[in-house]
Design a protein around this ligand. Structure first.
Ligand code: ASP
Length: 412
């Protein structure tokens, strides 16, 4: 029996074939028009499927996540410290991502494309902070779903999740419904992602044929930008918190966390890395019950690498669409990317689906995702590595705050 190629290999092959075809089409008259008329529609179908799934994924995964936090009541102190650590580090990650993205943008590393009318900025360019706050509270739930207003969808998820929890036994039916519906949506998401080689091939051929190979150089820049963000965040935030809160040398921290980091880098899934993360956290001296609580929660809601990626990608794609983002819009990106990273499942490629949410919230054409979709795996490797490192650092710090690390292991 033939062995099936893994999805990442399929995507890589699709990417290369798409670039090759795009190049070929560049060289004869009518080639670019051919890709626009006959290849791009398949990419559009794939993007439509992504758009169609993003609202149910966000809604159900957030409610499901909130309901699984039931335990947080019991372990109140640990829960709040953990969530506070996650939120602070993720917000810092967004700021780091935005700083790097803006520096690269100012250096002219991100291109301005003239894709098509649909790629033009149609969002509100003068949103101020209070308007943003007011705008996240929905007046009509169905309208929020219908218009894919992702911030409102998240607020709805928070309200519904909290209320189902508060309803206790009477809310059991809703609770079961959410977990069953989420399982179904996860299957659907898996199916849609399995179609990605087709989307990558057709969109890449179209992008290269209509924009020329210069776009490929820009992808190297945006990758470099994201990886610099990942490294700076790890060095600044995790080293410093390991040192300041747990009294551990950064070298020791990274050395003992490295098996999980490497596993995350290759598996691109925080969830799949959980057993290895647990082992590393134990080696580092985190308390067993605390790491058992923090790591699974972290693999679901703590995604600093994803947040950096979403910020960098949003600025890059906004630039591609010819948009200069204002300071107010940057603040909105920080809020949205923080929330989006919380809503990202710890599985391969999930951050890219949530990027659709950030772009939608910013009013940027979601089709532009296809420009970076082909190299998403490369982004994903780095961001998952950072996500997992953040979970381990948190379990170590919370252990310390809750009365100290185990002293037997990991002596300085
Ligand atoms: N793959 C990432 C993780 O599992 C999520 C993402 O796609 O950003 O942590």
């Amino acid at each position: 029996m033939k062995k099936k190629l893994s999805l990442s290999v399929q995507i890589l092959i699709a990417l290369l074939l798409g670039i090759l075809l795009g190049w070929l089409c560049l060289s004869f008259e009518g080639g670019p028009a051919f890709t626009a008329s006959y290849l791009k529609p398949f990419g559009d179908i794939f993007v439509n499927l992504l758009k169609f799934i993003v609202v149910p994924v966000v809604l159900l995964s957030m409610i499901d996540g909130i309901l699984s936090m039931d335990d947080m009541k019991k372990v109140g102190a640990v829960g709040w410290k953990t969530v506070a650590y996650f939120l602070c580090t993720t917000a810092i990650a967004c700021v780091i991502g935005l700083v790097f993205a803006n520096v690269f943008n100012a250096m002219g590393a991100f291109p301005r494309l003239s894709l098509e009318a649909g790629a033009e900025w149609t969002g509100n360019t003068s949103a101020n902070f209070m308007d943003t706050i007011k705008g996240i509270f929905p007046s009509n739930m169905w309208e929020s779903f219908h218009t894919a207003n992702m911030l409102q969808v998240i607020v709805i998820a928070l309200f519904l999740g909290g209320s189902i929890m508060a309803a206790g036994e009477k809310g059991r039916l809703c609770r079961d419904f959410v977990s069953s519906a989420y399982a179904v949506i996860e299957k659907l998401m898996g199916f849609i992602i399995s179609l990605s080689p087709i989307g990558v091939f057709t969109m890449m051929a179209w992008v290269v044929a209509t924009q020329g190979p210069s776009i490929l150089g820009s992808l190297a820049w945006v990758l470099l930008c994201a990886y610099l963000g990942y490294i700076v965040h790890a060095v600044l935030v995790y080293s410093m918190s390991a040192k300041a809160f747990a009294g551990m040398s950064p070298v020791k921290f990274f050395k003992l966390a490295s098996p999980a980091m490497m596993f995350a880098f290759t598996s691109t899934s925080s969830a799949a890395t959980l057993p290895v993360s647990k082992e590393c956290a134990d080696e580092l001296g985190a308390e067993d019950d605390i790491s058992s609580f923090v790591l699974p929660l972290g693999s679901t809601i703590n995604m600093d690498g994803t947040a950096i990626y979403q910020c960098v990608a949003t600025v890059f794609l906004a630039t591609c669409a010819g948009v200069n983002l204002s300071i107010g819009q940057m603040v909105t990106i920080v809020v949205t990317a923080t929330l989006a990273s919380i809503g990202t499942a710890g599985v391969s490629g999930a951050g890219m689906i949530m990027l659709a949410m950030v772009l939608t919230a910013m009013g940027i054409d979601v089709n532009l995702i296809m420009i970076i979709y082909g190299v998403d795996r490369l982004f994903d490797m780095g961001r998952t590595c950072l996500n997992v490192t953040g979970d381990i650092a948190c379990s170590l710090c919370v252990s310390k705050w809750e009365g100290g690390r185990k002293s037997a292991k990991a002596k300085r």
